[in-house]
Design a protein around this ligand. Sequence first.
Ligand code: ZN
Length: 216
Amino acid sequence: MNYIIDHIPRTTPHNRRPGVPMTPQYITIHSTGNPKSTARNERAWLTNPSNTVTASYHIVVDEKEAIEVLPLNEVAWHAGDGNGQGNRASIGIEICESGNRAKTLENAVWLVAKMLNERGWGVDRLKRHYDWSKKICPRIFYDNGRWTGWEQFKDAVQREISGGGNVTQDKNTPSAWAKEAWDWANKEGLLDGTRPKDNLTREEFAVVLKRLADKK
Ligand SMILES: [Zn+2]
């Protein structure tokens, strides 16, 4: 599955990207509530001028791909709990209701397992939108007045983690192939020595380039 990074601009109206820093502690699962929209449709809606709602999330996944629409270290408005932990400390993932449901769920399971692995987290970090604010969401796991499928989803993520063989990866230790370069970059003051497994944003890259240029 493709993982596309296509962040909405800081200037997006209705405060959908407040730019507030966040240290995530949970992953919150949603479903879009729209049986027709794809991940690309959902991404486009965030910057559609006729959208007047203050609502956002971090990643949307469908049968084909996942799109990251906000940096995972910035607050999005998705949990309905105001300034509670749902909005302020969780990564919001929207599962599309369109297309092939089995394939979509397979992609979601893979993505969530990978994200938990990368952070050294277990499935206890997974929450439903419902857990923060009692909204019936993700509704794809709700039927006839009761939750169906949520425990199965978490079980599938757990199986993916267990089968992945990656669960014991220490996220605070650089990989063997990168250690020499990692130590050098820290000794030279180009990096700050933290988060060796995290992605580098374009702005962080710019800071590193400037540190390098300033050394000359
Ligand atoms: Zn939701």
